[in-house]
Design a protein around this ligand. Sequence first.
Ligand code: KG4
Ligand code: ZN
Length: 357
Amino acid sequence: MNRVRILGIESSCDETAAAVVEGGSRILASIVSSQIATHARYGGVVPELASREHLRAIVPVVRLALEQSSTRLEDLAAIAVTQGPGLVGSLLVGITYAKALALTHDLPLIAVNHIEGHIHAVLSQNEVELPALALVVSGGHTHLYEVREAFVYRLLGKTRDDAAGEAFDKVAKLLGFGYPGGPVIDALAPHGDPVAVRFTLAKMKGNPLDFSFSGLKTAVLRWVEARDLSAEISARRALLAQNPQPSVEQWLSVTPTATCGLLASFQRTVIEELLRRAAASAEQIGARSLIISGGVACNSGLRIAASKSRLPYPVFFPEPGLSTDNAAMIAAAAFPKFTRGEFAGATLRADANLALA
Ligand code: KG4
Ligand code: ZN
């Protein structure tokens, strides 16, 4: 089992990715082709363009992953692919290619839930004591799961509206910072006063472990509308048009202190919402570990806040490169399914709303 090599394929959103993982945890190659440049000018992912880009990238990305890991298709034990959740057209590209490879090389096919992939980005690389509480926080999800032995999951809470990453992206777009918003806000937040703007925390009726970010997003909009920020927003758009990846200094030259304070306060509030509910859920299930995964897990403010929060259990974040979408996490999540013989048939279909639990 230690030598089992699985090729993972991920195409659920705007990254075309392929990876070869050995024994469920050794990443021999992980290739990610990002479409950010394609979608940036539209301020978000355009599904039709995403499918087209996946079609263009899938063959070279898989080939490169095999090449870099010195793996021939006949060395593989299985092919794993993201079944969902995600954009249906994007998922279809990965699934169709994975099926074709599996069929022509007589390899078993393994269907993986993208969210389970994000959890395995941490589980496969660390000794995580179970039960664990997993906070999966990305552009599409803000979900809290209990993770038990044998990879059994239970959903404890989720966002009722926007995902946390989506809130980062929308706030950035509103202020002229382009897409994706998380990395820019993360980089500028340390330059602002995190208590400059006092946002109220969301109070949830019903399940107190659910999240809501739409109120916070509206509060940011009101703050912006109450001031005339048109000059600075235009300056940032002009900067982006000139340079798709401005440096922090360049951003700061077109971002006054008050706006940095808004960003810092927004980020602090999101982090507080995330950690508060994660800690409450962890306590509820008697968690021995906390896993924070998904694109927003890259956020340095979140990592610092988690490390300072003095929780009675260790907190695990994915290694760099395993936080945002990648295929190594898909191949890793497929390994336990391989050992259990849980294979998908040729009838495997994309499921845009596939639930984990
Ligand atoms: O996991 P991911 O690559 O794709 C989805 O499954 O959605 O996550 C992408 C999301 C985007 O919303 C992006 O703005 C956010 O993760 N993100 C961040 C950071 N880096 C990426 N959010 C906050 N801080 C970051 N450093
Ligand atoms: Zn993701």
